[in-house]
Design a protein. Structure first.
Length: 151
């Protein structure tokens, strides 16, 4: 069951992405919750999108280019933080993960439609989401991945 703040923020994402021209995905803790796993704490909503769609969002939403300094293991070609929803939303185009000395792209291959109220959200299929979380390598992501194996 989604927490009210999470549900509200996800509905805001669905509304913001309704005119997207390219595929987009929710990843991270919110995607775990959408797959009915245990996300632990959900601090924000992570959305992977195309550069074209993120540039369009910059024209329609009050986004800021302020990635968290504590997430040095991630970088993106274009980033936008939206703070109006009940949880911050982080939009990322061209997301990469630092592995050793190299930056590896995170590029979901699967896309699952997940209904929420009268909206549709998208996330990688469960098995791919587990693989993405395990690639992140953080303890909280390993726990989230493990919870998806129990669903």
């Amino acid at each position: 069951m989604l927490q009210p703040k999470t549900s509200s923020a996800l509905l805001s994402v669905a509304d913001a992405m309704r005119n997207a021209e390219d595929p987009w995905w929710i990843i991270g803790s919110a995607a775990v919750a959408l797959h009915r796993g245990d996300p632990g704490s959900i601090a924000d909503i992570d959305v992977m999108t195309s550069k074209r769609d993120l540039e369009a969002l910059y024209k329609s939403l009050p986004l800021t280019n302020t990635p968290e300094a504590g997430k040095a293991m991630f970088r993106s070609e274009l980033f936008g933080r939206w703070s109006e929803p009940e949880l911050d939303v982080e939009f990322m185009a061209g997301l990469k993960l630092r592995v050793g000395d190299e930056w590896q792209p995170i590029e979901p291959k699967t896309r699952m439609a997940i209904p929420l109220d009268k909206h549709t959200l998208y996330a990688p299929e469960k098995a791919e989401l587990v693989n993405i979380l395990l690639r992140f390598g953080r303890e909280k992501d390993r726990q989230r991945a493990a919870s998806l194996g129990e669903v």
